[in-house]
Design a protein around this ligand. Structure first.
Ligand code: AMP
Ligand code: MG
Length: 331
């Protein structure tokens, strides 16, 4: 007699359990912004449970701030500032080692067009100044790297500048790396759908819900207008442009991406957008291709594994890697 009510209770419990696990999940989309590395960073994430998403986003911002603390030349306690002061090799953290090694690889691939030793030059041009000026050629000569070789030499986990006259600046790669770290935090929190945009350095986790993320590429000469859009998931896309940080003087545009050979703003491109597996790689490659110009820049992107890109030349001509042609949508 007792057996039946027990079976009934068990069956009811099972139904309750099933209906609980099969309940429709409430999905929420949360977007937050923060000022990090001098850039407005926007994180969007989709998931179930707004509170959990908010917490994950806040942790992702914290991760980016710690990378700023490691890589910024404006922060005295950063590891890069320590390398810049040191007269012998010093021990660095794994994160710094990773970024310097990636940077070295891109320096070699680009034959020195991407160079991590332009700190002196960047300080000389000082784009943060209220009234920026064009330095004298004699001043530029004093701060230029001596060769197109790597800016650092690495032995195990110890790093030193190749030449103590060089000042490191990782502005062309560190922001991308920080976005990668933010994505890792969001992924570890269990999110499957997120985007992190640090002023054109974009990292994507999954798609935008069921669909891919739709990413706009800024028109380099029409502010607020898009040149094209790309549908992407689980990818990084970074744009380097001469319109990002610049000043005009007597009709000439002076911007923040330098040709290490001349110490002057690189002149062959208006913008370069690179799609890659990680934001750090896309970031460094975009800066490198920008300096190399449309022909050599495109060759660099074509030969890089799982990398696509779009280059707008100084004349406004558009060049693309072969794999991008059927992915792009024109505006
Ligand atoms: P991005 O906006 O990623 O192209 O990087 C530009 C930033 O990278 C500049 O603000 C500098 O800090 C640094 N930079 C400028 N020229 C170069 C170069 N040729 N190679 C590496 N970093 C550079
Ligand atoms: Mg870059």
């Amino acid at each position: 007699m007792l057996k039946r009510p027990l079976a009934l209770i068990a069956a009811l419990l099972l139904i309750l359990l099933l209906s609980w696990s099969l309940r429709p999940k409430v999905t929420a989309e949360v977007a937050r912004t923060a000022l990090i590395m001098g850039t407005l960073v926007e994180i969007k994430a989709v998931g179930s449970g707004e509170k959990d998403i908010e917490e994950a986003i806040s942790d992702a911002f914290s991760a980016m701030r710690s990378e700023e603390g490691r890589f910024s030349t404006q922060i005295e306690t950063s590891q890069i500032s320590a390398i810049n002061r040191a007269t012998a090799a010093i021990e660095v953290e794994p994160e710094v080692l990773f970024v310097l090694q990636l940077g070295q690889r891109i320096t070699r691939l680009s034959e020195g067009a991407f160079h991590m030793g332009l700190g002196g030059l960047i300080r000389l041009w000082d784009f943060e100044a209220v009234t920026p000026r064009v330095p004298e050629l004699s001043e530029i000569k004093q701060v230029l790297p001596i060769s197109s070789e790597d800016a650092v030499s690495i032995t195990g986990t110890r790093v030193e500048r190749r030449d103590t006259n060089l000042q490191l600046d990782l502005g062309g790669i560190a922001k991308g790396y920080a976005v990668d770290r933010a994505l890792a935090v969001l992924r570890a929190a269990g999110l499957e759908s997120a985007s992190v945009n640090a002023g054109g350095d974009i990292g994507l986790l999954g798609g935008h819900g069921e669909r891919p993320w739709k990413i706009g590429i800024q028109h380099p000469r029409k502010a607020g207008e898009l040149l094209a859009t790309l549908a992407l998931r689980d990818r990084a896309i970074v744009t380097s442009g001469d319109y990002e940080r610049f000043f005009m003087l007597e009709g000439v545009r002076y911007h923040h991406i330098f040709d290490p050979q001349t110490g002057l703003p690189a002149r062959a491109c208006q913008s370069v957008s690179v799609v890659a597996a990680t934001v750090a790689e896309a970031d460094a490659l975009a800066t490198a291709a920008f300096v190399l110009g449309p022909v050599k820049g495109l060759a660099l992107l074509e030969k890089s594994h799982e990398v696509e890109g779009l280059i707008v030349s100084a004349e406004g001509r558009i060049e693309m890697t072969s794999g991008l042609k059927d992915q792009i949508q024109w505006r």
